[in-house]
Design a binder for this molecule. Structure first.
Ligand SMILES: [Zn+2]
Length: 359
């Protein structure tokens, strides 16, 4: 008969194995075609100068206030002809945003180290043999750009996005998680819709000590969100010493814990978890998404084991959700999203606005 210690060890192995599979699934997603298409599209938009970003934001906000664009933040921004090259057309009656486009000139020199030797080339003029040519900005001219929401046409390639879970919640799981939220000193609230929590599915407020989950989703999605928020409560209180960290890492951790809690109850969260974790992991500067996920393994396992320990629900011995198997189909893509957001905010500290980018 297995002792308690053996049982614990077995579960830890199971959780480690789950985490490895999650890491593998994230890797497959971020190396897949949809992901690559989205990156290639984004790469066609280069960063603009700080001044132009401000100009775009200001004019986009004004357009939003006048009801001409649906979202307050600009995402992909490009010139009229550039949108046409991407298979999209600026819609009638949409005025562009005026920015200052750099004007460059070409200069040539036979002796580059001598500043006095450089002279300007006219349009089409060729340098003399042996001369070096360089381009330099010589001024600015007004130009017009449009946000993607002012255009119509070919769909924007996007990374796969999280799909809300459907169906029932495992028996007793909501109550068990709710108890742990309250035991940590937080009040648990159910709100009618996402409009009350900044468009998120759930919200942990470390100052007010409240956790909110929206009720207008299926019970399975609600209970997964509660597990995600409980992980934030246990791991990310800014007053705890080891809790302050990059937002993206915090989201990867909380959602990975939710996957483990779900898996232990035979609930497959992968359609939501994998794109969500991949999206946030890809947003940690200077690190590969897979490395980000890998590095959280130990903390995630400990937190998940701690939560599972305190639940008196019926847990399945082999909790690998089918979506984590290598041959399983990839999560479905939702069709109604605009580009450049990473993932739905599962909870909300306010999501970072997408940066204005332009061709
Ligand atoms: Zn979160």
């Amino acid at each position: 008969m297995a002792t308690r210690e053996e049982a614990r060890q077995k579960r830890e192995e199971k959780l480690d194995e789950l985490h490895e599979k999650l890491t593998g699934a994230v890797e497959r997603l971020v190396t897949g075609e949809d992901w690559a298409d989205a990156l290639r599209f984004a790469a066609r938009f280069r960063s603009r100068s700080f001044n132009n970003v401000l100009l775009i934001w200001e004019q986009h906000q004004a357009a939003f206030e006048q009801g001409r664009v649906p979202e307050p933040f600009p995402t992909y921004v490009a010139g009229y002809k550039q949108w046409q090259q991407l298979g999209r057309q600026v819609e009638k009656g949409q005025p562009g945003y005026q920015i200052l486009a750099p004007v460059t000139g070409r200069f040539a020199s036979a002796n580059p180290s001598d500043p006095a030797s450089w002279y300007g080339l006219n349009r089409g003029e060729k340098p003399k043999p042996g001369e070096v040519v360089r381009s330099r900005m010589v001024g600015v001219r007004p130009a017009y750009v449009w946000d993607v929401s002012q255009t119509a046409g070919e769909p924007i390639p996007e990374p796969p996005s999280p799909v809300l879970l459907a169906g029932d919640a495992p028996d007793g799981l909501w109550d068990g998680l709710a108890q742990q939220v309250r035991a940590a000193g937080y009040e648990l609230m159910r709100v009618p819709h996402e409009g009350m929590i900044h468009g998120a599915n759930g919200l942990t407020d470390f100052e007010a000590k409240t956790v909110a989950v929206r009720e207008n989703m299926d019970p399975a999605a609600q209970v997964k969100t509660l597990a995600h928020e409980l992980a934030h409560v246990l791991m990310h209180d800014p007053d705890q010493e080891d809790a302050r960290q990059h937002r993206g890492i915090g989201e990867v951790e909380a959602e990975s814990v939710a996957l483990m809690i779900g898996a232990a109850h035979g609930m497959d969260t992968t359609g939501y978890t994998i794109p969500y974790v991949a999206g946030w992991a890809a947003n940690v500067d200077g690190k590969e998404p897979v490395e980000v996920v890998k590095a959280t393994g130990e903390r995630v396992r400990k937190t998940a084991a701690g939560i599972l320990d305190q639940l008196d629900t019926a847990q399945v011995p082999d909790g690998t959700p089918p979506g984590l198997d290598r041959d399983a189909p990839r999560p479905a893509r939702s069709k109604d999203r605009t580009a450049a957001t990473v993932a739905e905010p599962e909870h909300s500290r306010a999501p970072e606005p997408a940066r204005a980018r332009g061709l």
